[in-house]
Design a protein around this ligand. Structure first.
Ligand code: FES
Length: 104
């Protein structure tokens, strides 16, 4: 009988000591994580500000809805769910290039 053993269908975990800045706060992350997973892990659910100035949360988690737009390294409207973390990355959750910076 042929073996049906699973062969690495998910990414192995790499470094777990990456650090990034989220709204000025230092946060640890693991290699291969998305920005959205890090934001959720630190308790942020409403991660973005839409073009109407309202705080929104991620909806699809797969790059389609654009409900997770954040500023990354000074560039606004980056999809948190589609961006893999890098060492030293700077994430700002209350920034939208259309409505400007919004304070909660
Ligand atoms: S959650 Fe839908 S694009 Fe990121």
């Amino acid at each position: 009988m042929q073996s049906r053993e699973r062969v690495l269908d998910i990414q192995p975990i790499g470094r777990t000591d990456l650090t990034l800045q989220v709204d000025g706060q230092t946060v640890r992350a693991a290699e291969g994580e998305t920005v959205l997973s890090v934001l959720n892990a630190i308790g942020l659910r409403k991660v973005a500000v839409n073009d109407h100035g309202q705080r929104t949360g991620a909806f699809c988690g797969m790059g389609v809805c654009h409900c997770c737009l954040v500023a990354i390294d000074g560039r606004p409207k980056r999809r948190a769910c589609q961006t893999v973390v890098r060492e030293g990355m700077r994430v700002e959750t209350a920034v939208n290039a259309v409505v400007g910076e919004v304070r909660p």
